[in-house]
Ligand binder design. Sequence first.
Ligand code: IPM
Ligand code: MG
Length: 368
Amino acid sequence: MANPSLLILAGDGIGPEVMAEVKKIIGWMGAKRSVTFDVTEDLVGGCAYDKHGVPLHDDTMAKAQEVDAVLLGAVGGPQYDNLDFSVKPERGLLRLRKEMDLFSNLRPAQCFDALADFSSLKKDVVAGLDIVIVRELTSGVYFGEPRGIFVEGNERVGINTQRYTESEIARVARSAFELARKRANKVCSMEKANVMESGILWREVVQEIHDKEYPDVALSHMYADNGAMQLVRWPKQFDVIVTDNLFGDVLSDCAAMLTGSLGMLPSASLGAPMANGRPKALYEPVHGSAPDIAGTGKANPIACILSFAMALRYSFDMGEDAARIEKAVEKVLADGLRTADLMGPDGGTPITTTQMGDAIIAALDASL
Ligand code: IPM
Ligand code: MG
């Protein structure tokens, strides 16, 4: 059988630095677990714009459609802030999501015991937290038409459209229910059915799919503003949260902060199964390109490494090795190793991005 294939798009800012640590782990998988990946690398975001004048070249898009999984670092930087909207680095990422039809975005928010003190919330509120936000990723107000800035009378008007079809809601609901069945079997769906028609339809369709196909899963509904409040009040009441593209963007940042460090959180964006049975998939850390610390060795590679672990689990059916990587991360944190983002107010000596990667490799070796 052909080797599993990966397209690495390290991107901008700290993207290449954190991805370098993932490449070490890919190498480790080959050397110690006899799993060899066919790896191709290419550009996305600002670096692609610098070379090609677009944030994602058509050839790169074509490669992304062919591989078993895409690993992405981060995109963006202040030097691109004034570019035309159509070629901003983020558009490269949005094009990948849309054209690969990655409708289900899994954003786990898990609090590592060793880091519970880093949360802005009290320790007992977050210790042991383990929830997943399933964010719809290819529709809603991010892509709805009409959109644009128009002139009406003597002033400009900015327009975006929230639009969801039944089938778009149904497929992301199914992915949330499937995920819940492998976890604590609870789904909370969030929308604004009190003010938005798209929210009314969202609630109805999620309920219908539940009643027909997943009656064994405990389902609740919440207005998204209340959901934000509940996330901060008592996040452990949730297991899987399913929500639309924009609410998911906001709620997942909120959930991420609960865990103490954005630098720790991975994500998976999944689409329909390909001919080989694997889902179309892209894996990326939740954090951005952090241009302020790029090149300083301060970046935390853990989110990117855990994203690779998600790739092993969801694309390659290698749950055991995924768990091995997650355990190795827990081990180095429990040993007190910290990158700069995980330094408390009373200081300590942070280790560098590379040292963190090496420590995780050492913990992986010790696990064999
Ligand atoms: C995210 C980011 C993106 C989004 C940006 C970079 C386009 O905030 O993945 O959460 O808004 O979806
Ligand atoms: Mg976001």
